[in-house]
Design a protein around this ligand. Sequence first.
Ligand SMILES: CC(C)(COP(=O)(O)OP(=O)(O)OC[C@H]1O[C@@H](n2cnc3c(N)ncnc32)[C@H](O)[C@@H]1OP(=O)(O)O)[C@@H](O)C(=O)NCCC(=O)NCCS
Length: 183
Amino acid sequence: MLIPPDPFWLRPMSLLDLPEVREIDRLSFPTPARVGLFEHELEQNDLAHYLVLGRMGEADGRLHPIIGFTGFWLIADEIHVSTIATHPQWRGHGLGELLLLALLLESYDYPATMVTLEVRRSNTVAQELYRKYQFEEVGTRPRYYRDTGEDALLMTMPSLNARYFQFLDGQQTAVFQRLRSEA
Ligand SMILES: CC(C)(COP(=O)(O)OP(=O)(O)OC[C@H]1O[C@@H](n2cnc3c(N)ncnc32)[C@H](O)[C@@H]1OP(=O)(O)O)[C@@H](O)C(=O)NCCC(=O)NCCS
């Protein structure tokens, strides 16, 4: 597991995290995750892996609050990103990037060979993040999102190879520097 610079921390998600995770989820997506989804993912889905990102110290009456999370499914040698979000108050500081980086680095532990995800066509912020990590648009899923009827773009990072690992290593240095300077 990636160890970010203080005051940030990362660890696997647990059931105790769910009130904070649900709050960030509610603030982040047009339709929040259905009731029981996170419980199912953590307790019954052997393919699912979830991480939470927090910050040491007190904020909003909470000690060491959770400020982001991500999750993925490992299906054969493929990682599928199921979710990623940072708390709206903490966006634009490199923390979404830290979460994606942690997920991508963890992919090498299994090992996986490729990463896929769906993203709303209108979600240009997330698409920029994925492009920064060399994801390519490989297709669309028309009207994939039932809440708004919006299309999904299917994006992949097709080659989790040694060269890409070097790239991730460089990105880690840059993200850590940014987090230290903004902490
Ligand atoms: C997508 C999300 C996780 C990004 O998290 P974040 O903490 O704001 O992002 P970061 O500060 O780490 O930025 C990382 C990169 O994302 C992109 N990005 C972030 N904010 C952006 C903005 N306002 N405009 C364009 N690109 C942006 C950039 O590529 C940025 O790299 P840079 O800082 O070198 O320019 C966050 O916006 C979020 O939770 N959105 C709601 C949930 C969501 O849409 N999840 C994705 C589902 S597919």
